[in-house]
Design a protein around this ligand. Structure first.
Ligand code: F6P
Length: 548
């Protein structure tokens, strides 16, 4: 059977969705006092409440049946055991092995990758110790004070998001900076206050061919060598994380200073590898290990728990339900923790680059709605910006609310204000307020009838807007590992059910190729004429107007 749509469980959900669209969450809660108990999962450090979704027992049973019919458990086993489930690139998908703390050995194509991973971790540990203790010296003998990670996409977002999330674990042994954008403003701004004699660059690029990263790395190299008058400086100030040893050494990086990456780790799933070096440099290697342990704990939960109580599976099924069956087009990620301010950006790449596709793994057009677009930002700031849209627009935007019981940086009175908003928003999005209530409230405030008549329709909130609440004990390395692995495993399950190859990213290649061609055209004299008239005229206008 090729299409998911032919499965009876899929067809059941299509019919059931039509019924559920007529329901209101308020009614479902009124009918069932056990709703929270039924539709929430408590793990040691994390609570998922999904009761504020438009689901019933029947819905959840239907979704779990669909997951069974799509062989999610068998696919999960394939991924963890190293089967080549990245079909278009014929690769294993083993970011989970990078954080497997069980000690079991995994052989891939005859190679003991557990040993390979452990060697890499040993090398990282040694390097992190040298740098943080000041034993790693720059060309002039000074210790390293600043780390600049140069990378983009998966070679930036994961490490930077985690560094930001765990800032309170940094002991400031070194200052960690990130450069991702090829806009010169980014690197210039980062380098301006730094002393070349005490900066260490990490060139993070799985392929070592990404134009933006190589351009930034070259600028950094020129900055260093012109300040030091010393070409040899590169060996003291540059390390690389890559699977392309040849290009990295040709760039001038000492082979000793190259940390490995492997084709069985996708860029957007790579923060668990040496791509996570800046995290370890910032907060110490033990905390990096705690991050891996947290992720491993979530992997164990994912592998060992029945589908119906399996957190990543449930999140994937709810996304599918809200999007494919109920018709939502986007999903908001709303952390109520300042430390998680990059989470939405990180999950945009994780989910959208993985599953933002419309061709099935059989190479056929997919007829159903696949994954939503992901967006968001820290909740409090969002409340004063885009929440109006969440509450009253014509579009329903399912949202994940993520908060923590303990504040990472307690300041008297702040956390309770923050968390009262956290709880209030999911309640408001679900319950809404009807016109009768609005009128009553205005009347109680002594408003005139004319004023009430005019204002009442504007104050009505339909409610019935689905949310998940994820409540962590606290934002610490272990729990961050758990949280990220939760989403990674969710993305995997979504891909399996939607029949999407989640681990390639062909959709980013077309634009990259065109940019290379246009870069040559920008460098050449005269006008261009090979493009459509819009692109041709834009390029020619740019060329005629630029002054440099
Ligand atoms: O262009 C997208 C992408 O290929 C991502 O998948 C990847 O994370 C990023 O570019 C960076 O790639 P690299 O680590 O090879 O420089």
């Amino acid at each position: 059977m090729n299409s998911r749509q032919e499965l009876p469980s899929w067809q059941f959900l299509v019919g059931h969705a039509k019924q559920m669209k007529k329901q209101h969450l308020n009614t479902l809660f009124a009918r069932d006092q056990q709703r929270f108990d039924k539709f929430s999962i408590k793990l040691p450090h994390l609570l998922l409440d999904y009761s504020k979704n438009l689901v019933t027992n029947e819905t959840m049973a239907g979704l779990v049946k669909l997951a069974q019919d799509c062989d999610v458990e068998q696919w999960r086993e394939k991924m963890f055991s190293g089967a080549k489930i990245n079909q278009t690139e014929n690769r294993s998908v083993l970011h989970t092995a990078l954080r497997d703390r069980s000690g079991k050995t995994l052989l891939i194509d005859g190679e003991d990758i557990t040993a390979t991973i452990n060697q890499s971790l040993d090398k990282m540990r040694d390097f992190v110790r040298q740098v943080r203790q000041g034993d790693w010296k720059g060309y002039s003998g000074k210790r390293i004070t600043d780390i600049v990670n140069i990378g983009v996409g998966g070679s930036n977002l994961g490490p930077q998001m985690v560094t930001e999330a765990l800032k309170h674990y940094s002991d400031n042994s070194v200052n960690v900076h990130y450069v991702s954008n090829v806009d010169g403003a980014h690197i210039a701004e980062v380098l301006r206050p730094l002393d070349p004699a005490s900066v260490l660059f990490i060139v993070s690029s799985k392929t070592f061919t990404t134009t933006e990263t190589i351009t930034n790395a070259t600028t950094a190299k020129n900055w260093l060598t012109s300040a030091s008058f010393n070409n040899d400086a590169v060996k003291h100030h540059f390390v690389a994380v890559t699977s392309n040893l040849e290009n990295a050494t040709a760039f001038g990086i000492d082979a000793e200073n190259i940390f490995s990456m492997w084709d069985w780790v996708g860029g957007r799933f790579s923060l668990w590898s040496a791509i996570g070096l800046p995290i370890a440099l910032d907060m110490g290697f033990d905390n990096f290990i705690a991050l891996l342990e947290g992720a491993h704990e979530m992997d164990k939960h994912f592998v060992e728990t029945p589908l119906a109580t399996n957190t990543p599976v449930i999140l994937a099924l709810l996304s599918l339900w809200n999007t494919t069956f109920l018709g939502a087009q986007s999903q908001a990620i709303l952390p109520y923790d300042q430390t998680l301010h990059m989470l939405a950006a990180y999950l945009q790449q994780a989910e959208m680059e993985s599953n933002g596709k419309s061709v099935s793994w059989h190479g056929e057009d997919i007829e159903y709605q696949t994954v939503p677009s992901i967006w968001g930002g820290v909740g409090i700031n969002g409340q004063h910006a885009f929440y109006q849209y969440l509450h009253q627009s014509k579009n329903i935007i399912p949202a994940d609310f993520i908060g923590s019981i303990e504040s990472s940086t307690p300041v008297k009175g702040h956390h309770e204000t923050l968390m009262s908003n956290f709880f209030a928003q999911t309640e408001a999005l679900m319950c809404g307020v009807d016109e009768a209530q609005v009128r009553e409230d205005l009347k109680a405030k002594g408003r005139s009838q004319a004023y009430i008549d005019q204002l009442a329709p504007h104050k009505v909130h339909q409610g019935n807007r689905p949310t998940n609440t994820i409540l962590l004990d606290r934002i610490d390395p272990h729990n961050m590992g758990c949280l990220i692995a939760l989403y990674e495993n969710k993305i995997f399950v979504q891909g399996i059910i939607l029949q999407i190859c989640s681990f390639d990213q062909w959709g980013v290649e077309l634009g990259k190729g065109l940019a290379k061609k246009i870069q040559l055209e920008l460098a050449a004299g005269g006008e261009v004429g090979q493009h459509d008239s819009s692109t041709t005229n834009l390029i020619n206008y740019y060329k005629s107007q630029r002054t440099d």
